[in-house]
Design a protein around this ligand. Structure first.
Ligand SMILES: CC/C=C\CC/C=C/CC(=O)SCCNC(=O)CCNC(=O)[C@H](O)C(C)(C)COP(=O)(O)OP(=O)(O)OC[C@H]1O[C@@H](n2cnc3c(N)ncnc32)[C@H](O)[C@@H]1OP(=O)(O)O
Length: 303
């Protein structure tokens, strides 16, 4: 499925600052743990580890940005580059997205990227977040989220952009769009993704309350497709992947595009306005105060 040319162009334009990838191993491959044929040679970058298995056409992409896989500008950029690399390699038909950090799938936006930062940086950061959502939401690959930790806000949006979600049955691993609890709001394209997944009334309530659902409730509301014991998340994700890959790619990709194009086009049509809206919103003194207070609360929790 060809990505909208705007998205591909934007991705290239965004990814020009190769300095972001300084010190990464992108493009270099190294033997995967446990050896294995050349299909098992992994590659990636500093914050994204990709374990491809050419034989099955499935790659496992692990977020590796400790301690909580906060979506820094570098992590966003490396995720887009790694996904694009797999999409351009016709060996691969599916990607399992998971976390290499204990207890956390992804903590959402890295708040230090928008707290106390200038409008130009906030704009660059938000464009990278838009790009990751567009890249995952419209991906020609089958994307399965193997959610092996907490999955709030931006982490939830990555999981929602996948074709299906497997969540570890641990009450601490809650998932949802909790932006209102930080004094901010989800942009329309996060709202749209939520509505497309759990329906309008459930989204309306969950977005306003900033609900973070424990596994049983996440399953019940339709936010995740399976809840399994923690040590079965990866194997279940692989089984789910096999189910999706049993369908001819072209027919599945055309159907996915039919289902998702209108939602993605809504952002593509107003990408600059969305960026300006984000920057003017988060740069407000009142919002900056809310975010600072929230970050402070997070830091104090450890004490
Ligand atoms: C118009 C549109 C406008 C705005 C759009 C806004 C869209 C927003 C989407 C978002 O993603 S906003 C971010 C929302 N994220 C959260 O609310 C998650 C916050 N974090 C947590 O709840 C917890 O950290 C956790 C459950 C993910 C993990 O808990 P635990 O394992 O106990 O780790 P700690 O809480 O001790 O955190 C370790 C360390 O990491 C820092 N940190 C955590 N989350 C973030 C984050 N999102 N950004 C930056 N930093 C984060 C935390 O402060 C700790 O830092 P130390 O320096 O104390 O080690």
């Amino acid at each position: 499925m060809a990505l909208a040319s705007g998205v591909r162009f934007a991705a290239r334009a965004l990814l020009r600052p190769w300095a972001l990838l300084r010190g990464t191993t992108l493009g270099r491959t190294e033997p995967a743990a446990g050896g294995g044929g050349d299909g098992a040679r992994r590659f990636g970058s500093q914050r994204v580890l990709v374990e491809p298995d050419a034989a099955s056409g499935v790659a496992v992409m692990k977020l590796r940005n400790p301690p909580v896989n906060a979506l820094s500008l570098e992590l966003l950029t490396e995720l887009v580059i790694s996904l694009e690399k797999l999409e351009n390699d016709k060996t691969f038909r599916g990607v399992i997205l998971t976390s290499d950090c204990p207890r956390v799938f992804c903590a959402g936006l890295d708040l230090t990227e928008i707290c106390g930062r200038n409008p130009a940086h906030c704009a660059e950061y938000w464009k990278a977040m838009q790009e990751l959502w567009l890249r995952t939401y419209l991906s020609s690959l089958v994307l399965v989220a193997a959610i092996n930790g907490a999955c709030p806000a931006g982490g939830c949006i990555i999981a929602l952009s996948c074709d299906c979600r497997v969540l570890a049955d641990n009450p601490k691993y809650r998932i949802g769009l909790n932006e209102t609890l930080l004094g901010i709001i989800a942009p329309f394209w996060l709202k749209d993704t939520y509505v497309n997944t759990i329906g309008h009334r459930a989204s309306e309530q969950a977005l306003q309350l900033g609900s973070l659902f424990p596994p049983a409730e996440a399953l019940q509301v339709g936010l995740v497709d399976q809840v399994v014991p923690e040590d079965q998340v990866q194997s279940t994700a692989l089984s789910e992947m096999a189910r999706w890959l049993a369908v001819p790619d072209h027919a599945r990709q055309l159907t996915k595009n039919m289902m998702r194009k209108a939602t993605a086009d809504r952002l593509l049509r107003q990408r600059d306005a969305d960026t300006q809206n984000f920057v003017s919103f988060v740069c407000r003194d009142s919002i900056q105060k809310s975010l600072q207070a929230y970050l402070e609360k997070l830091r104090q929790r450890k004490g």
